[in-house]
Design a protein around this ligand. Sequence first.
Ligand code: UD1
Length: 342
Amino acid sequence: MKKECVLVSGGAGYIGTHTTVELIGAGYDVVIIDNFSNSEMKAVEGVRQITGVEVPFEQVDTCDEAALRRVFEKYDFNSVIHFAAYKAVGESVAEPLKYYRNNLVSFMNICALMREFGRRNILFSSSATVYGEAEVLPVTEQTPRKPATSPYGNTKQMAEDILRDCCAAYDGIRGIALRYFNPIGAHPSALIGELPRGVPQNLVPYITQTAAGIRECLSIFGNDYDTPDGTCLRDYIDVVDLAKAHVAAVGRMTREAMKSDYEIFNIGTGRPVSVLELVEGFEKANSLKLNYKIVDRRAGDVPAVWADTSLANEELGWSADRPLEETLRTSWQWEKHVRGIE
Ligand code: UD1
């Protein structure tokens, strides 16, 4: 029997590589496209090494419609997972047009070509950032979205709306938006993981780089929030669990099991964890001490957000399984692998 094929845009990135590995493990063929704006060929090689499959790769910018069209002509996929996007909140405030152009033009190209070529399933990589500072926690998919506080966040909301409208207007097009909470960790092989360029903006890469001696000291942004220990609460999800959610969502689309043409799922653990708990968990999981200090709050941070995951649990038959301690171990294994530390 012919295998289902999935196009993965941004497939050389952090979540793209892990998702490709899980898709192949679940029996799909995958085609990766990436422009390496924030990744490297080494990531694709890591995927090939883990899976033992010479996964096809094309260096294509999804904003380049002609180049993307050639991918549609060459490969016979019926589903696309669209990861390719910029994701630095601060940079998006400084350079909004860069973000609107890259994140929206690329997605519109994907949607238009899916329609033109009669391909069916579009999975969009959205974010819990769309909820902003929610009044009721945990957030469900019904929790109202808040006006975005950055162009980055706005591109996630706008792309969700583009997908919703395309699914309503065009026969044969269906879509799922997965709203990720905070993806962390790495593949247990330590062959793929997150590779931030420059100074990391996200918590776990900053922690692992501090442990590796690349950063002197982790700054914890605020301990005067109205939370149990005063630091912010987030829902940290293991990237392999997150990757599996994509496999479940693609399966739902290809099995024709969707209840409507456009669906949204929260993808998290449902468990709030504070910054301090995460730092202490990292120390314990890896038997080391981390240099950290408390500093002022970071502008734009919400005090707390975590997911109600019941919809994904019930409808996708998926749940986040990996214990946080193990995830924090894989984060460190990966950092050590990248830096050549033993
Ligand atoms: C951030 C983005 C979010 C985006 C996500 C992508 C902001 C405000 N939000 O989420 O829109 O979808 O990344 O991964 O940028 N922290 C420290 N010290 C650090 C770094 C972080 O204390 O050096 C704290 C933060 O204050 C926060 C928590 O760690 O409480 C998590 O931060 P981060 O990893 O940046 O994720 P979010 O801010 O939740």
